[in-house]
Design a binder for this molecule. Structure first.
Ligand code: MG
Length: 472
């Protein structure tokens, strides 16, 4: 209630501005997606030894989301969900896509699967309202021409179409893996370089982003900027080398923060501050086994690859002067799958009627108009669900990078009973409450959420894209 009272004056001013803006043009959307950046890797989320003043400023001038989720803890599945507004299982991409490795007499080349071109992405949704659209950075939803951003609603693409370690190992060119194709740098659908110097990727992406903003200052636009960094191998340009006390990882984050500052300046210089909603978040939690080259998720448990909070809960800050009240802290559940319907609502675009979308329009909550998120339930997988403050993991084996004290073998923890955590009092998932009889009914109810969802997927799941039709 207190939060509501504080934001109301700002809100009224914001609503006035918003109705004026709405009359003239729909808003621009800039969505920046860091790669493997952990929950605790921004200053405003508790980062130590490196600084993120521009991202912290976004939180100060806009909102910081403390329970923001990606529905997968790996790259491709998380991106598929973000762009389609659907859980990964629904669109058939639940893991990581790879280019094809050389085998026998077959040369290395593009991968044969990708996000199905029949899926409707945020970009395609906004194209129905004449948005200019660009994807700049790491795509990772299929590197065959059939799956590139230009086939999914983006007018233009510039970047590396998959992870920067697929072909590199331990960051050293001399250890280049021979069985992968050379890493391509694409302009739209053409390879313009191979094995580009990764020290300059953040800078090059940023320059492209600024160019796109300037070119489209008169149009409504959607700029999707999925950074290659801070996915290992880490690279940073010279001005940022040694800039942080935390070594290379900190240097890389400080360059990403610089990039954010450059983009914010470009928006202001173009006179688009009050027309542009800017969001910064991450595709999944930190790669903890990379040690000092991985990020941080404190106080959450574990990181990338896992169903624990550190894998799925990521930092998120967003800014839109006049529309998102400054200093707003949002503690309810919101997910990347909610962006598609939320953007569509603001742009006046229709959602597809021939398919199920899992995302919800969360604008009333993000703009401070209502105190609670419409999203109360979130699936980490068909076997793991959050409902309000409760998280349930159904019995089974779960990947674990940092073993918990109870039991873990070969990177897997085997739960013979459902695990129940109270995330409000135990965000680190240290103590399962499943043995307390007073929670038996809650466990039953939440288990049913999972089994109903599993059942629904049997008829509602849609196929992944294949370059060639699957064999009979
Ligand atoms: Mg990632």
């Amino acid at each position: 209630m207190r939060r509501r009272l504080i934001i109301l004056p700002c809100l009224l001013a914001g609503l006035t501005l918003f109705s004026q803006a709405e009359e003239t043009r729909p808003p621009n959307f800039i969505l920046i997606f860091a790669d493997d950046l952990g929950y605790a890797d921004l200053g405003c989320f508790g980062a130590k030894d490196f600084e993120t003043p521009n991202l912290d400023r976004m939180a100060k001038e806009g909102a910081k989301l403390t329970n923001f989720y990606v529905p997968a803890s790996v790259c491709s599945a998380s991106r598929a969900a973000l762009l389609t507004g659907c859980y990964p299982d629904r669109v058939g991409i639940t893991g990581v896509l790879f280019p094809t490795r050389a085998k026998d007499d077959q040369p290395a080349g593009p991968g044969t699967t990708g996000l199905n071109p029949d899926e409707i992405t945020i970009a395609e949704t906004l194209k129905t309202k004449d948005y200019a659209t660009a994807c700049i950075g790491k795509w990772h939803l299929g590197d065959d021409t059939a799956f590139l951003p230009t086939k999914q609603g983006f007018d233009e693409y510039f970047g590396i179409p998959y992870s920067n370690d697929m072909g590199w190992w331990r960051g050293k060119p001399k250890d280049f893996k021979k069985d992968f194709p050379p890493i391509p740098l694409l302009e739209d659908e053409s390879i313009i370089e191979t094995n580009p110097d990764q020290r300059y990727l953040t800078r090059r992406y940023t320059e492209r982003a600024v160019q796109f903003i300037r070119q489209h200052r008169e149009d409504p636009f959607f700029l999707y900027l999925p950074h290659t960094m801070p996915h290992v191998p880490l690279f940073v340009s010279e001005p940022f080398s040694g800039s942080a006390d935390y070594g290379l990882y900190g240097d890389v984050i400080e360059e990403l923060d610089w990039s954010m500052g450059v983009i914010l300046n470009a928006i202001a210089e173009a006179g688009l501050d009050e027309n542009t909603w800017v969001i910064f978040t991450s595709d999944n939690g930190p790669w903890l086994s990379m040690g000092a080259h991985g990020g941080h998720a404190d106080p959450l448990r574990d990181g990338k690859f896992t169903r624990f909070e550190g894998g799925h809960r990521v930092p998120c800050v967003m800014r839109w002067p006049g529309h998102i009240p400054p200093g707003l802290v949002l503690d309810d559940i919101v997910s990347t799958i909610d962006f598609l319907p939320t953007f569509a609502g603001l742009a006046g675009a229709s959602l597809p009627e021939d398919r199920k979308i899992d995302g919800m329009d969360v604008w009333p909550y993000l703009s401070g108009r209502v105190a609670s998120s419409p999203r109360d339930t979130f699936f980490y997988s068909p076997w793991v669900v959050r409902s309000s403050k409760w998280k349930l993991m159904m019995p089974g084996k779960y990947k674990e990078i940092y073993p918990a004290p109870e039991k873990s073998t070969n990177g897997m923890v085997d739960y013979s009973h459902p695990q129940l955590y109270n995330l409000a009092s135990d965000p680190g998932e240290t103590t399962s409450l499943h043995q307390e009889s007073k929670y038996a009914e809650l466990i039953k109810t939440m288990s049913k959420l999972c089994t109903d969802y599993q059942e629904a997927l049997k008829t509602e799941a849609r196929p992944v894209g294949h370059v060639m039709p699957p064999a009979d």
